[in-house]
Design a protein around this ligand. Structure first.
Ligand SMILES: [Fe+2]
Length: 298
């Protein structure tokens, strides 16, 4: 669903040191004590991680590896059909395993020679400024848990399948890597929360849920679409608008339901010319300037 990539279950540490992941009542694993204990265990590893140490290794269970394999098998034909060729080429170049969950260290070892990215662990939500600023240094905060086994093709929150199949395959493309790093450098430059939110919204409608015309067909390049079985069936039914930074940065959207409006680039070059140039040039005044141009403020 479109909430994927945004909604993280809160992670807290109790007074006794116990790390707890607070799943919502509608989460498929809400009533599964075994799953909840596993989520707590993986979140604790990330919470306790010292960034001076190697990224933690998770000993994935057979069931978790099966979820990964099932999703890889199911997504592969959809990618061939719906993903932009730039993503497909990058996915092939990265060559991640399809039969078991890769360690983040392995993701880094594969992607770094291609485009320079490092994957590090995150227990859940990473604060907006920290997450985006890290992108400017080609560091990607990734969760390590998997979705609930009862619904291998659905997750209400971004698990390692979203972070790696969606984002790492995308970031293995030099072009999407450059765009993403430019967004990160913008976050390092911007001071106001308003400008940062505007940037995050443009990112949402491009690198998370962006679509693009290719050879007369609408293809997806956004990680949120390409990591989601359901999304790939739906995106061509949405209202498709041309790239427009003003609209992308100001449109109100509901992350818990289908996003009815998507923005399509005519080509990768146009994506660079519009979104890339915005990332390279935006400043703290940009949101107000855009709103004035759109007559959203007096
Ligand atoms: Fe994402």
């Amino acid at each position: 669903m479109f909430e994927e990539g945004q909604l993280y279950s809160p992670v807290t540490r109790q007074a006794d040191g116990q790390v707890e992941v607070h799943l919502g009542e509608n989460h498929p694993g809400f009533k599964d004590e075994h799953y909840r204990a596993r989520r707590n265990e993986i979140a604790a590893v990330a919470t306790d991680w010292d960034p001076r140490e190697p990224v933690p290794h998770i000993d994935y269970t057979d069931e978790e590896n099966r979820i990964w394999a099932t999703v890889c098998t199911e997504l592969a034909p959809k990618h061939e059909h719906y993903a932009h060729s730039e993503y497909l080429a990058a996915k092939q170049a990265l060559g991640l395993p399809t039969d078991h969950v890769p360690q983040l260290e392995q993701v880094t070892a594969s992607i770094k020679p291609l485009t320079g990215w490092t994957y590090i662990t995150a227990p859940g939500l990473v604060e907006l400024r920290e997450f985006y600023s890290s992108l400017g240094d080609k560091v990607f905060h990734s969760t390590q848990y998997l979705r609930h086994p009862s619904e291998p093709l659905y997750t209400p929150e971004p698990d390692i399948i979203h972070e790696v199949i969606g984002h790492a395959n995308q970031l293995a493309s030099p072009r999407f890597s450059t765009l993403t790093a430019a967004a990160g450098r913008a976050a390092q430059r911007l001071q106001t929360e308003d400008a940062l939110k505007f940037l995050a919204d443009v990112f949402w409608f491009s690198l998370e849920f962006g679509v693009i015309h290719e050879d007369g067909l609408l293809k997806a390049y956004g990680a949120g679409i390409l990591s989601s079985y359901g999304e790939m069936d739906e995106f061509r039914q949405m209202e498709i608008r041309p790239l427009d930074i003003g609209q992308m940065g100001t449109l109100n959207y509901d992350i818990t339901s289908y996003q009815p409006i998507l923005f399509a680039a005519d080509s990768l070059d146009q994506l660079d010319d519009v979104v890339g140039v915005f990332f390279e040039t935006c400043d703290d005044e940009t949101p107000d300037r855009v709103r004035r141009e759109l007559h959203l403020t007096s």
